[in-house]
Design a protein around this ligand. Sequence first.
Ligand code: ZN
Length: 257
Amino acid sequence: MFKRAAVLVMSCGALLAGCGQDSPGDEEELISNLVEAGFPARDIQVLGDDVYVGGDAHVSLQASREMLQTEGSAEQYRTTNLVNTGAVTRICLNPTATFTSYTRLNQGLDQAIINYNALGLCFSMVRGPNTSCNATINVTTMAGTGGSSGFPSGGRPYNTIRIGTGLNTASLDVVEHVITHELGHALGLRHSDFFNQASSCGSGVNEGAAGVGAILIPGTPSTSYPGGSLMNACYPPSTTGEFTSTDIIALKYLYGC
Ligand SMILES: [Zn+2]
């Protein structure tokens, strides 16, 4: 029995940046950009005014344009969509009042911040509200027991993660896992089993052909297994909420100082 970390957002939240602002023409361009970038049509989902890939990764029009700015290998795609550590050294995680009213979610956020700061990356994360940061990720809520996020754009992490309030009765390890996972997307990590979600979920799709839109980070395995990565599409109920050894290799490779 595996839990799907990805749950789709069915409606527009007031805090979701850009929500409701795209015109139908923009949406057409966005989808066309994603197809051109190599995402298979079945992995592109439109919900309301938002477009998602991989089940829980929101893509803005700007981010889709950046995917096409570098031609050729997926390696470049990935590089374009990372956080620029030359400009971002401190990331504020600003939870909404509603988020902090959920005790377990609030505890999970602290644990997720500890997970990242323990790695000694080029940037640190601090719990807000706080404005003394180069980048901000708003932390808000959604219905259900999953989460949603997006990919970096303009050298900044994605600006909002949403965590299901249904997780307030889950174990702290599970909440820590889901928040750390959604922050991973905001920093540019794809699902470790993007090529076959069935690996961790039991069933699922290939989110995109290997080599397109997802590079294998040096030093990490090209295969996946349940519990092998916190960035798998689904998590086992026995998750510890901690990074695996290969998650740590990946993050240190991308953002180590
Ligand atoms: Zn995910």
